[in-house]
Unconditional design. Structure first.
Lengths: 270, 316
């Protein structure tokens, strides 16, 4: 897939995220738009997983610890053929399996997440299992930067380096905002690179909207043999829509009719 | 009066059973939080160093890791003191084990007031209440060595999460080892129709003692080991309520939200009313002492329970 195609995909994904959030009148707009390019690269360039392979014990695992950005995951999974996109018409509706956080009832989703600070421990368990079973699958988990204040992440970070889990790759969607405001104002996690390095991880930083850079970096995992890899993807919350970008209030705000039309037009013009 | 032969700690039976399982099945794993000694798992660790995962003192991470391991088809026993495991890691049990349906075998050791004088930080008298409200996890509190062995074997086979709560006192043999064991099917230890003790875990022995004492006064007490708190054996409970004049429930747990209230709920909603008493740890600052001293203080003793039964029958 050429660079232009993957860029086009992200534009389409953004349109779909907004469309289904608008239809459901619920969803996490800002975070889904910040991580969609990461998911695009993962599912279209990196992960060894497909609908046909989903029961293969040696498939790569993707655990979305920041479960609230599920709309981004849904549109990518639909595009990859895990389920018909029309299913997303039921998002957050009565009796739908397409809940506002990931659940295994949806084909393609590995684990139920949504409570923050859970995904990394589960991923450590999956990575240990891979080592024990001598399978060469990798485990990728996506964390929010606000989520990193949950102490369980640091418990898991310790264990990952203790067990030399070089089959584990954590990606931080570093959009620097959370529901209350700037992450650094709510509870500063900087210096994040040094913190993870001190916990025994090999850390790299990347522009989380630069497809080539992300692909290049993710294809180079593990960053070092016998060590877990952390990729800090610097992103813009609400990326792609001028009036949504970098505004904490858009964490889970649903666009009005007018805002929706405006956003679609901006994406068309991209 | 009948004397019950003393066995060993249910914990030791647990670890021996898991080790036997591990010898036959390479997919058996144990995950611990600096708890291999208190879980009597040193021998397991020596025999299967590659199949014991030490996480350190980090219960949330412990259960999350166990869930990840279990999701790959392994039979995973996660072992940690019940007081920490079912409180600090409750959200991981709820989401990563139960909600995601990763069939983790959650083993709460030194449960109830086993840690006695160490105080309330180390007591687990909330675990039934907390876990009963969570969908998709069975709750088992075996009474003796036989029930423990059977519970562990059954837990290994079940495809869904299960919680088994174990104490650390050597336990008397109560159940005939020929008795069939099934999760959710209570075991009758003794027949009688004047009063019934519906007990679980390490309090079943005190109920059996009470029944012996009552028989010397001509009162015939039935003793039920309700080893599975959830799903509760409704059939057994209703039969007991129809055949006996009064029911005393006994548990090493808060009187709120445990076996007693589970039984009361079934009885009341079935329209059955009979003299009924929940015996457990009352809603107060738990007294200091060894497990059996705490039991006696709250009438969880042969004498205490016999007195409660007589008092109930006097109202009948």
């Amino acid at each position: 897939m050429q660079r232009i195609e993957i860029q086009k995909k992200s534009i389409e994904y953004r349109k779909k995220i907004l469309t289904y959030i608008k239809k459901a009148n619920a969803g996490h707009t800002g975070g889904s738009l910040s991580c969609i390019d990461i998911l695009n690269v993962l599912y279209n360039r990196i992960l060894n997983v497909s609908p046909e392979k989903f029961s293969d014990p040696n498939r790569d695992r993707y655990i979305q610890s920041k479960g609230h950005s599920v709309e981004a995951l849904y549109v990518v999974l639909a595009d990859r053929g895990f389920f018909p996109e029309s299913d997303l018409e039921t998002l957050c509706q009565y009796q739908s399996h397409y809940v506002g956080h990931p659940t295994r009832k949806v084909h393609g989703i590995e684990q139920n997440t949504g409570a923050l600070g859970h995904g990394l421990s589960i991923s450590v368990g999956l990575a240990i299992a891979g080592k024990k079973d001598r399978l060469n699958y990798r485990v990728f988990t996506l964390l929010g930067d606000g989520e990193l204040v949950e102490g369980s992440n640091w418990e898991a970070a310790l264990t990952a380096s203790h067990y030399d889990l070089d089959n584990l790759i954590a990606i931080v969607d570093r959009n620097a905002l959370q529901i209350t405001g700037k992450t650094k104002d709510v509870c500063n996690t900087e210096p994040l690179v040094q913190k993870f390095e001190a916990f025994g991880w090999l850390v790299q930083c990347v522009d989380g909207h630069d497809f080539d850079a992300m692909e290049r970096t993710l294809q180079s995992v593990p960053f070092e043999k016998s060590r877990p890899s952390l990729l800090i993807a610097n992103t813009v919350k609400g990326k792609g829509i001028s009036f949504i970008e970098n505004i904490a209030n858009w964490h889970h705000k649903v666009p009005s009719d007018e805002q929706f039309d405006l956003a679609m037009k901006e994406l068309e013009d991209t | 009066m009948k004397q019950f032969e003393l066995g060993t700690e249910n914990l030791k039976i647990f670890s021996a059973t898991v080790q036997e399982l591990a010898e036959r099945d390479k997919s058996v794993y144990v995950v611990t939080s600096d708890s291999r000694g208190s879980g009597r798992l040193v021998s397991f660790g020596d025999a299967f160093p590659d199949r014991i995962i030490e996480v350190g003192i980090a219960e949330q991470n412990l259960v999350g890791i166990a869930a990840g391991l279990a999701s790959t088809g392994k039979i995973v026993f996660v072992v940690s003191p019940a007081c920490f495991l079912t409180a600090r890691a409750l959200e991981q049990i709820k989401n990563d084990a139960a909600y995601s349906d990763n069939p983790v075998k959650v083993i709460g050791i030194s449960a109830g007031v086993s840690y006695g004088a160490l105080g309330s930080t180390h007591h687990a008298i909330h675990d039934f209440a907390a876990l009963r409200a969570i969908h998709n996890i069975d709750i088992i509190a075996p009474a003796d060595n036989f029930e423990t062995q059977q519970a562990i074997l059954a837990a290994a086979k079940t495809e869904h999460p299960v919680y088994v709560r174990l104490g650390k006192r050597p336990m008397e043999h109560l159940v005939d080892p020929e008795t069939p064991f099934q999760i959710g099917k209570a075991i009758q230890i003794r027949d009688g129709s004047d009063v019934a003790f519906v007990a679980c875990g390490e309090t079943v022995y005190q109920a059996a003692e009470a029944a012996e004492l009552l028989s010397t006064n001509g009162i015939q007490a039935r003793v039920i080991s309700m080893h599975t708190i959830k799903p509760l054996d409704r059939e057994c409970l209703l039969k007991t309520a129809r055949e006996c004049k009064a029911i005393v429930t006994v548990e090493e747990h808060s009187i709120f939200g445990g076996l007693g209230e589970a039984c009361a709920s079934v009885l009341l909603q079935t329209g059955l009313s009979l003299p009924f008493k929940i015996v457990g740890i009352p809603d107060e600052y738990t007294i200091t002492g060894k497990q059996l001293e705490i039991f006696s203080h709250y009438d969880i003793s042969g004498k205490g329970l016999a007195g409660i039964a007589k008092s109930l029958l006097s109202k009948w």
